[in-house]
Write a protein that binds this ligand. Structure first.
Ligand SMILES: Cc1cc2nc3c(=O)[nH]c(=O)nc-3n(C[C@H](O)[C@H](O)[C@H](O)COP(=O)(O)OP(=O)(O)OC[C@H]3O[C@@H](n4cnc5c(N)ncnc54)[C@H](O)[C@@H]3O)c2cc1C
Length: 396
């Protein structure tokens, strides 16, 4: 269930294990929702739990709305800030990303998909840069390379960037980027050759359990039966969530994503980058540039207004003037499927044959291959390939 990064990668591994697989999604195309809008950065060196900052600000604003579901999510999220849980979540996230990144390489190599190496994390003042570099120490201790660049070194590495407003950057040579939607669609095409079926434009309306198992899912085109089901639905409707037999604390965190044609390649970035001061991310994708940003609790709708893109475009204009054509920008609002802990959840809840691969949050591309492999192994009756402490779905 679900044809985003989580569903398609899981289908791939299941098919490779010899299972007969059908992927169901209500959209017309694979990777049409969150997995379309992503910047495609594999930010392995920053597998930090998302806490405070922009998310905290968005939560304070949203707290004024009557939304008990969000309040509960917010209360659980606040526990993140306490030292012990933060440490535990950091460990879980790093464990998963370290497992997932080599698998993503393997998959990319199998389908001939290009990933570019090296991601820049930009800072506008020296204090934040030093702080971020000190914080990166805990990731360096885990074996992730993170270099600090002053302005001159940054200019050398990324000649197209206007460094006037920047203090410098952190550079993670092992982090990567790629067009995640294209990856997902190409993997789906290869999965079809392994016999995976795709039932698209088919909305899942309910699931029907019997004797502690899911017997079938009911779609608007009729029921679909199976021996086992995988829930990889990203952000899902409350009605459906309540039928899944466990707490699925995924709440949508809306972000904004624009794709713009590059008009002057000399002025465009060569590396994917995140302006950490403004929380705006960029990634070149062939002849286009993707820019994303924003973290809002805007509910389940995908509406957007020009003002949601103002900071994104302003940042691009400052850092890469003249690189893209703003008049031809394709804009979208999209939601990250986020758990309060900002970590995904795996395993089964009440129903023995309903497996979860949910809550990939802000790192779905970075984590998808590992998350899928874990799900496929568990579903096939094997033990989990990594310790799932902090990453299991609740039983009830
Ligand atoms: C603006 C933005 C930027 C991002 N940048 C990055 C990044 O740089 N790096 C990174 O690693 N991650 C990034 N992410 C996160 C990443 O995009 C997500 O974690 C990932 O796409 C989640 O994949 P998914 O398969 O779980 O969800 P989705 O891609 O949303 O897939 C879920 C699918 O389930 C389907 N579905 C739901 N309900 C039903 C139903 N009832 N019936 C049928 N189908 C249903 C949906 O149609 C959808 O296709 C970003 C996200 C956003 C929004």
């Amino acid at each position: 269930m679900g044809a985003g990064l989580a569903g398609v990668t899981t289908a791939w591994y299941l098919a490779r294990e010899g299972h007969e697989v059908v992927v169901i999604d209500r959209e017309r195309e694979v990777a049409a929702v969150a997995s379309y809008s992503t910047t495609g950065i594999v930010a392995a060196s920053r597998a930090y739990p998302w806490a405070g900052g922009e998310l905290g600000r968005a939560m304070r604003q949203a707290a004024l709305r009557f939304d008990p579901e969000l309040w509960l999510w917010g209360m659980q999220h606040l526990f993140l800030r306490t030292g012990r849980s933060y440490r535990r979540l950091l460990e879980a996230k790093v464990r998963l990303v370290r497992y997932a990144q080599p698998l993503l390489h393997e998959l990319a190599a199998q389908i001939g998909f290009p990933l570019t190496r090296g991601v820049l994390y930009l800072y506008r003042d020296g204090h934040s840069l030093d702080e971020a570099s000190a914080r990166a120490g805990e990731m360096r201790d885990q074996g992730f390379a993170v270099e600090q660049l002053d302005r001159a070194q940054l200019s050398q590495r990324e000649p197209s960037i206007d460094v006037a407003r920047l203090a410098g950057a952190l550079y993670a040579p092992g982090d990567e980027a790629g067009d995640a939607a294209r990856f997902c669609r190409e993997l789906a095409a290869r999965a079809r050759t392994l016999g995976v079926g795709f039932s698209l434009q088919n909305e899942i309306l309910s699931i029907e359990p019997a004797d502690g198992r899911v017997r079938q899912v009911v779609t608007h085109r009729g029921p679909i039966q199976g021996d086992a089901f995988v829930c990889a639905l990203g952000v899902m409707d409350r009605r459906l969530r309540e039928q899944l037999g466990t707490q699925v604390p995924v709440y949508p965190v809306t972000g904004y994503s624009a794709t713009l044609p590059i008009v002057d390649p000399q002025r465009a970035p060569k590396h994917a980058a995140i302006d950490e001061t403004r929380r705006v991310a960029f990634a070149p994708m062939g002849e286009e540039l993707r820019v994303t940003g924003g973290a809002q609790f805007a509910g389940y709708g995908r509406e957007h207004e020009p003002q949601h893109f103002a900071t994104l475009f302003d940042t691009l204009k400052q850092l890469y003037p003249g690189a893209v054509d703003y008049g031809r920008a394709r804009m979208r609002a999209c939601q990250r499927p986020m758990t309060p802990e900002t970590t995904p959840r795996f395993g089964t809840g009440r129903y023995q044959n309903l497996w979860f691969n949910i809550g990939l949050g802000h790192m779905g591309f970075a984590m998808c291959a590992g998350a899928a492999r874990i799900t496929a192994e568990l579903l096939s009756g094997n033990s989990a390939p990594i310790d799932l402490e902090g990453l299991r779905i609740r039983r009830h």
